[in-house]
Structure formats: structure tokens, C-alpha cells
Design a protein around this ligand. Structure first.
Ligand code: HEM
Length: 248
């Protein structure tokens, strides 16, 4: 039995068909796989869409909304992609092996894809309830607040990953990268667990937040002096950046 690969022509003796470059072939395969996954996801969402989610009786002005299943389905993508990026960063920060260096090359694409999926998830989250309804609930506000932090944070992480690539893991810099990525992993974990609590399935993570003094079912208040700390921190960080750039 003979096996023909994509670059071989069917007739023995004829030259190989090199018109399709490997990059194009890979792109085609990824597109087909992504389309199939998308169709599968849409099918699953539609199948679960009937009678799914919280049954709400709309009182007052009718408003346009989408079933929560789309948001819930989509939320898995940023969570999985960002956590995979974190895992790869963790491995790379602890090892200089060839395997770790290979994983490191996948970090910024994973973070960037996660950010893209994060924007879609965020948008779908906004379509579930009217803004005035979701912001009535302290838990809803906390979920939105954490989602906004998480999305902004990973957007910056993606840009940093793309811009600095391997330099993020040189010398002591790797520990700063690891610390930043750990914050990213923590904020997405809290966003997800608050979402689960909103849907009526609180996890141990939600409960453990009360151990550090945060009751997620109440409005999140920041002491006014923290705003001053934020302002000073922002100025100091910008100054460090300017000084560092001049010295480089
Ligand atoms: C990066 C952004 C976001 C992520 C990663 C995220 C993640 C999640 C997760 C993991 C759940 C729980 C799913 C489950 O029960 O299995 C959830 C639920 C929910 N999220 Fe988000 N979320 C995001 C943004 C938002 C935004 C911006 C809103 C609203 C303005 C929102 C509104 C909701 C609501 C209402 C639920 C409960 C749905 C239900 O089961 O009825 N989310 N979210």
C-alpha cells in the first residue's frame, strides 16, 4: 500500500506539486478545524439553548437579550487560553530546557487569542440582562468589575508578550514576568468564579475570597486613600519607564 502526502502528485515519476506552501496548508487546516469547532459549539449552544439558563420574567420595558448559554460557552475560551499561557510562562520561568523554550514561543499567541475571545465573551455577557438590571446586583457589578480588570490586564500582557518575547525571560526579568502572569491567572479565576456564583453555582474560590475579607455579595468599596496610592503608583511607574528607556 502506498501513502501519498499532500505534496506528492498521484502519478509516479511526475514532479512534486510544490504550489501549496506548508504555511498555506497549515492555515487551511487550522481554518477547517476552527470552522468545525465553531459549528460544534454553535450546535451545542443551540441544543442547550432551549429552556436553558435562568428563567426571567421581564417587567417594564421589553429589552433585547441573548440566552446566557452563548456567554457561558464562550467564557471557556479566554479562561482556557489565558490559563494555558500562564502554565507555559510558569514552566519557562522555572526551566531553560528546549521544551520550555518551545512552549515560550506559544505564549503570546495564546494570550492574544485569549484576549480576542475575552472581548467576544465580554460582549456576550453584556447581552444577557439589561445594564440597569445587572448593575442592580452587587455580585453582578463585582463580576463586571473583575471582567474589566481581567480583559484590560491580559490585553496589556498580550502586547508585552508580543513586543518583548524571549527578553521577558532573561535573568531576573523572568520573576517579574512570573509575578505579572500570576496576577493575570488570579484575576481570571476570580472573574470566572463570580460568574459561576451569578449563575447559581458558587465554588470554593468564591467562599475563600471571604477569608481575605471580601464578601462578593456586597458592593466593593475602595478606601479613598487607595485612589491616591493608585495615582502615585501610576506616576512612579511611568517615571521608571522613562528613566529606564533613557538608560537603555
Ligand atoms: C472576560 C470577560 C468575562 C468572563 C471571562 C466571564 C466569565 C463567566 C463565567 C465563567 C460564568 C459562569 C458560567 C457558568 O455558570 O458555567 C459567567 C456567568 C455570567 N456572566 Fe460573565 N464573564 C465575563 C464578562 C461578563 C460581563 C461583562 C457581563 C455582564 C455585563 C457578564 C455577565 C454574566 C452573567 C449574567 C452570568 C450568569 C449567567 C447565568 O448563568 O445566568 N459576564 N461569566
Amino acid at each position: 500500500m502506498t501513502h501519498l502526502n499532500a505534496n506528492q502528485s498521484g502519478t509516479p515519476g511526475t514532479p512534486k506539486d510544490t504550489s501549496m506552501k506548508p504555511a498555506l496548508l497549515r492555515f487551511r487546516r487550522i481554518t477547517v478545524a476552527a470552522t468545525l469547532l465553531g459549528l460544534l459549539g454553535t450546535g451545542a449552544a443551540l441544543a442547550h439553548g432551549v429552556d436553558a439558563g435562568v428563567q426571567v420574567e421581564v417587567v417594564g420595558e421589553p429589552s433585547w437579550s441573548l440566552s446566557p448559554v452563548y456567554h457561558i460557552l464562550m467564557a471557556h475560551f479566554p479562561v482556557a487560553l489565558w490559563m494555558a499561557a500562564y502554565l507555559f510562562i510558569l514552566i519557562r520561568c522555572l526551566s531553560d530546557s528546549e521544551f520550555a523554550v518551545r512552549l515560550q514561543k506559544a505564549v503570546w499567541p495564546l494570550a492574544a487569542l485569549g484576549t480576542l475571545a475575552g472581548f467576544v465573551t465580554y460582549g456576550l455577557g453584556l447581552t444577557i440582562y439589561p445594564w440597569s438590571a445587572i448593575t442592580e446586583s452587587p455580585l453582578g457589578r463585582n463580576h463586571i468589575m473583575l471582567a474589566t480588570w481581567t480583559l484590560s490586564y491580559w490585553t496589556v500582557m498580550s502586547v508585552l508578550g508580543y513586543r518583548f518575547r524571549r527578553h521577558l525571560y532573561v535573568g531576573g526579568q523572568r520573576w517579574i514576568t512570573l509575578a505579572l502572569a500570576t496576577i493575570g491567572a488570579i484575576v481570571i479565576t476570580i472573574t470566572g468564579t463570580l460568574g459561576g456564583s451569578l449563575g447559581g453555582t458558587p465554588s470554593l474560590v468564591t467562599e475563600s475570597l471571604s477569608w481575605i475579607g471580601w464578601n462578593v455579595y456586597m458592593t466593593f468599596y475602595l478606601p479613598t486613600w487607595m485612589l491616591v496610592v493608585y495615582g502615585v503608583g501610576t506616576v512612579v511607574l511611568i517615571a521608571i519607564g522613562i528613566v529606564g528607556r533613557r538608560r537603555a
